[in-house]
Design a protein around this ligand. Structure first.
Ligand SMILES: CC(C)(COP(=O)(O)OP(=O)(O)OC[C@H]1O[C@@H](n2cnc3c(N)ncnc32)[C@H](O)[C@@H]1OP(=O)(O)O)[C@@H](O)C(=O)NCCC(=O)NCCS
Length: 161
């Protein structure tokens, strides 16, 4: 799989809606509108070897309490463990760097056994702070009985070597 990451365009919206499946489709419109307003970047990952099939999405929120924040990353189950999550994260980090930021933040459910190892492998570190996940926009853990009531905040320095 050869992955290309870029900013979402209007033409991507139908593919994004079907990629995100159970997610409320109004969220896609909301995030796309925030991108137009300059408050968010909406990233899509395409599989160049499969006719630019959309395999993943992620957001860089430039306006949240934790901004710049990597949010709502989702890779299609059939495309997982082939580098799309890593490529999306690194694209988001590069955009944050270009905008003059020195770190990227994210909030992850400690029981998210797929995402936590990804972020650790990319040198995100827990800050020790937590955020109560009262009404998350998107569920991070498919089994509701395993979802935590709080998310751990992680930070990646964009300047440390
Ligand atoms: C988390 C998620 C985005 C990872 O996407 P992905 O494309 O599979 O990730 P990558 O292939 O880039 O993985 C990179 C590294 O992360 C780690 N990793 C990813 N998935 C993992 C898993 N299921 N178990 C253990 N480590 C994992 C590994 O270190 C992996 O490197 P390796 O495959 O060479 O061992 C994907 O599983 C997903 O969409 N999950 C559901 C939504 C979600 O939880 N989003 C995150 C919200 S915070």
């Amino acid at each position: 799989m050869s992955i290309v990451v870029r900013t979402a365009t209007e033409e991507d919206l139908p593919a994004i809606r079907s990629h995100l499946g159970q997610t409320d489709p109004r969220l896609v419109d909301k995030h796309f509108r925030l991108q137009r307003e300059g408050l968010m970047l909406f990233a899509v990952a395409l599989d160049h070897d499969a006719g630019d099939d959309l395999v993943g999405t992620a957001l860089l929120d430039l306006n949240s309490e934790m901004a710049p924040e990597l949010r709502n990353m989702f890779v299609a189950p059939k495309a997982r463990r082939r580098g799309a999550g890593k490529a999306l994260s690194q694209w988001v980090e590069q955009r944050a760097r270009e905008a003059g930021h020195t770190a990227v933040y994210l909030a992850v459910d400690p029981n998210n056994e797929k995402a936590v190892p990804l972020y650790i492998s990319l040198e995100y570190h827990p800050t020790g702070e937590h955020l109560f996940a009262e009404e998350p926009e998107v569920e991070q853990v498919p089994d509701p009985s395993r979802a935590s009531s709080y998310y751990a905040i992680y930070k990646k320095s964009l300047t440390a070597r």
